[in-house]
Design a protein around this ligand. Structure first.
Ligand code: FES
Length: 157
């Protein structure tokens, strides 16, 4: 099977390998690195990771599907993950979700037709003290209001 992951992926894994007790322990960083390249983790990429690590692709999928940070389907250019856990919910995150649904015309878990925005709800992001919190791609946004959220979204190209 032709390799889909880049030379850089294998180079990065080669650098990390000596720091891990076993190759299996590299699974999470491998998923992370692969997702950086492809934006999400299609089955053929998980198969390639399984081959590299030496485990069955089903085991790769089991792990990838456990963590919400791994995308099992394509996501938009801007991936919004709004925390709807208790602290954020009490501080208005459901209003933020509803606002995004209306603004983008999509439901949770969906991507806008222009592939610009994906909207997801997220479990606790560890920012309960500054709830409500959201991740926009890899960046945190906290103490959000509908107005603050609009300002962030309107600044995106
Ligand atoms: S409950 Fe939202 S960050 Fe913890």
């Amino acid at each position: 099977m032709a390799k889909l992951l880049s030379e850089n992926f294998y180079k990065e894994m080669g650098k990390l390998e000596p720091r891990y007790p076993s190759k299996v322990a590299l699974l999470l960083p491998a998923l992370h690195e692969a997702q950086k390249e492809t934006g999400w983790l299609p089955p053929e990429i998980m198969e390639e990771i399984g081959t590299y690590i030496g485990i069955h692709p089903a085991q790769v999928r089991e792990v990838a599907s456990f963590y919400t940070m791994y995308n099992l389907k394509p996501v938009g250019k801007y991936h919004l993950k709004i925390c709807t856990n208790v602290a954020c919910c009490l501080r208005g995150s459901e209003e933020l979700v509803d606002h995004c649904k209306k603004k983008f015309g999509i439901e949770l878990g969906e991507t806008t037709p222009d592939k610009k925005f994906t909207l997801m709800e997220e479990e606790c992001l560890g920012a309960c003290g500054t709830a409500p919190a959201m991740m926009l791609n890899d960046d945190y946004h906290e103490n959000l209001t509908v107005q603050g959220l609009d300002k962030i979204l309107d600044g995106l190209k």
